[in-house]
Design a protein around this ligand. Structure first.
Ligand code: ACO
Length: 155
């Protein structure tokens, strides 16, 4: 399907937070609420519906992190995730940041593949992140998520 990916825009303060999309990338609303108010939310729309999202949280003057990225299940596998990662990179660079980081569960093989494919490199792990930050064990691809793998890209 040839999807016109169009423009990504920032969500305004008077708009409601699209938890439905954010919950595709994070297990619980509680986990999302730890970062969402310290972040900016960007969405991709199609026919007045949000089909893609990413969340940027500045860490300090040089570093900014993608805390959440998700594509509506009906639209996955069509290049939108790649498009959103490139959009986040362009935006972070324009805003003067030097390094873009992203973290994903160690068992998230599709995500790890995608992030490395667009140029992120693994630089470390947040040990036991998935165990310490969620009430229930998380499984992906039949493997329990233990650590958060951290990747970064120089802008
Ligand atoms: N299994 C394995 N690989 C796949 C699959 C699949 N089901 N679907 C797509 N891919 C591959 C594609 O083939 C593509 O690689 P290629 O270019 O070599 O063919 C690559 O993954 C990227 O595909 P896109 O179409 O650009 O990605 P998509 O639009 O599906 O978005 C995303 C990727 C955001 C991970 C999406 O699948 C999603 O929303 N998943 C659920 C939420 C999630 O896990 N988010 C990330 C959590 S980590 C965080 O938020 C920081």
């Amino acid at each position: 399907m040839n999807l016109d990916k169009g423009n990504v825009r920032k969500i305004q303060e008077n708009e409601s937070i699209p938890y439905n999309l954010l919950l595709l990338a994070d297990e619980t609303k509680e986990a999302i609420d730890k970062y969402i108010n310290l972040s900016e939310i960007f969405v991709l729309e199609k026919n007045d519906e949000f089909i893609g999202i990413y969340v940027l949280q500045p860490i300090d003057e040089e570093n900014v992190e993608i805390k959440n990225i998700a594509v509506d299940e009906k639209f996955q596998g069509q290049g939108i995730g790649t498009y959103l990662l490139k959009d986040a990179e362009k935006r972070a660079k324009k805003e003067g940041f030097k390094i873009l980081t992203i973290g994903t569960a160690d068992a998230g093989k599709k995500q790890l593949y995608l992030y490395q494919k667009v140029g992120f490199e693994i630089y470390g792990k947040k040990k036991n992140f998935c165990i310490d930050n969620y009430p229930e064990p998380i499984f992906e691809n039949g493997i329990q998520c233990i650590d958060m793998v951290m990747l970064k890209k120089q802008l």
